[in-house]
Design a protein around this ligand. Structure first.
Ligand SMILES: Cc1cc2nc3c(=O)[nH]c(=O)nc-3n(C[C@H](O)[C@H](O)[C@H](O)COP(=O)(O)OP(=O)(O)OC[C@H]3O[C@@H](n4cnc5c(N)ncnc54)[C@H](O)[C@@H]3O)c2cc1C
Length: 439
């Protein structure tokens, strides 16, 4: 392994504090300290541990536990679960394979995906299920897991002269210092690591829509994930693992202030859609309504002396794109490759810049409420053209490209989604990805 220039190799750590310190002296020394143990952190821990790295994986949560998400993943991400060696355990929770169905003004289409490793379907696996399986697999690969452990500060300022080389954390048993050659923030949108190294949000993309959902049991399932377009609202039904169902409500943020009782509003909204109401006859809502209006997209500086960010800590976009879990896995794969090769400081941010632009631009469209006229035109075409319908749903599986495979083939879509990636992103690209952040 190549450490960051100037970083102390873990084999030579001798940090002393008043606190308990995890060092070679008490038998534990880490090459990587990862803060956040869900999609991004657990997958990075797994990849590095498999490569023989000594990994500390820390989370303030204990597992299994839930996190805010609507949990849909596509054939690309399912293939990654297979590569991690966890797909059988995930499928043992019986998430139904799902094709994608869109419904609008009494018309619908259903489309499979282009198969990846023979699978042309999506699944919805609640994170209470998925994250615990990933964490177990990271542990089995050799990562040392610290649950119920809150990282409060860093060892090292994150400058060239004083690179980050560990974390200080609070455990149920008291404070602890855990040292490592690189510290990775996989700690989500409100990343502690990002704020401690001063990596602020850049290229912030506002959202016009909010997203709320609840869990149900006993709903009538089909092998589809269904989107009901009721402009300017979109409701959706995702049959999930262990007979749970996620029912979502996505609508204009401007209406949030006028909603006095969110639970009541949510029930009225989903009951107003006859096909959705029929699915829920005899079903039980088993959670309160969850969700948020805070869905603006952003990037943060990805790497610095002794530290890196992955998953939502590094980059976020509107969840109507359902890309967060794939992006968490991809960012951990690319960072792991870079750490092992020793070129992570440049390889990883360059990869992000190259790979994320088109979907980030498309997220702007996904963060806007749909209009009936555009939906009518889109449905007219997609109902008639099964190949194009598949290319449309494959945007979510990252096997088709919005501005190459879809938008040019739907009349008027460029006026709604934007004429080009560059045109959409121009207002947000004043700040380059790895410039000192100022937003
Ligand atoms: C409403 C909504 C719906 C979504 N739907 C989908 C979807 O359908 N499909 C999809 O792919 N993506 C979806 N996403 C996005 C997806 O949930 C995220 O992209 C994904 O959770 C990111 O994973 P992560 O590992 O980077 O971060 P997180 O899952 O946020 O995990 C971060 C972890 O860090 C821990 N942590 C934070 N700070 C500290 C600290 N100081 N010390 C110790 N631990 C700490 C937290 O406890 C947490 O466990 C949705 C997001 C939202 C908001």
């Amino acid at each position: 392994m190549k450490p960051f220039p100037g970083a102390v190799r873990s084999g030579a750590l001798s940090h002393q504090t008043e606190m308990s310190t995890v060092t070679p002296a008490n038998g534990l020394a880490f090459d990587a300290v990862i803060v956040g143990a869900r999609a991004a952190g657990a997958s990075l821990a797994l990849l590095l541990a498999r490569a023989g790295w000594r990994v500390a994986l820390i989370d303030r949560a204990s597992f299994p536990s839930d996190t805010m998400s609507t949990h849909v993943i596509y054939p690309n991400t399912i293939a990654r679960l297979d590569a991690f060696g966890v797909l059988d355990r995930v499928m043992a929770h019986r998430p139904p394979p799902l094709y994608t169905a869109w419904h609008h003004e009494g018309r619908m289409f259903v489309a499979p995906h282009q198969p990846i490793e023979g699978r042309d379907w999506a699944i919805c696996v609640r994170r209470i299920t998925l994250d615990a399986i990933l964490l177990d697999q990271a542990r089995a690969a050799g990562a040392t897991v610290f649950e119920n452990t809150q990282v409060d500060s860093l060892v090292g300022a994150g400058t060239m002269a004083d690179p980050v080389r560990g974390v200080m954390a609070t455990t149920p048993g008291g404070p602890i210092t855990i040292l490592g050659t690189v510290v990775v923030g996989a700690d989500g949108v409100s990343s502690t690591v990002a704020s401690l190294v001063g990596a602020k949000r850049t290229r912030v993309m506002p959202t016009e829509t909010m997203l709320y959902f609840a869990y149900w049991t006993g709903a009538k399932g089909r092998n589809t994930q269904d989107f009901f377009f009721e402009a300017p609202w979109v409701c959706a039904h995702f049959p999930a693992d262990d007979d749970h169902h996620v029912i979502t409500m996505n609508g204009p943020i401007a209406e949030r202030a006028g909603i006095r009782n969110l639970e009541e509003f949510y029930l009225q909204k989903i009951q107003s859609i006859p096909a959705l109401r029929a699915r829920l006859e005899g079903a039980t809502k088993v959670s309160r309504v969850l969700g948020t209006t805070r869905l603006e997209g952003y990037y943060r500086q990805h790497t610095g002396p002794g530290w890196a960010l992955i998953g939502d800590a590094a980059h976020f976009k509107h969840p109507a794109g359902a890309q967060g879990i794939w992006d968490a896995f991809e960012s951990s794969r690319v960072l792991a490759d870079g750490l092992i090769a020793g070129d992570w400081m440049t390889r990883y941010p360059h990869w992000r810049d190259r790979e994320s632009r088109e979907f980030y631009a498309f997220s702007k469209h996904l963060a806007e409420p749909p209009g009936n006229e555009g939906m009518r035109r889109t449905m007219d075409i997609l109902i008639q053209d099964a190949g194009l319908a598949r290319r449309m749903v494959d945007v979510w599986a990252r096997t088709s490209r919005p501005w190459v495979d879809v938008i040019p083939f739907i009349e008027g879509m460029d006026t709604v989604a934007g004429a080009s990636i560059e045109a959409v992103l121009a207002p947000y690209e004043a700040t380059p990805l790895d410039a000192a952040a100022s937003a």
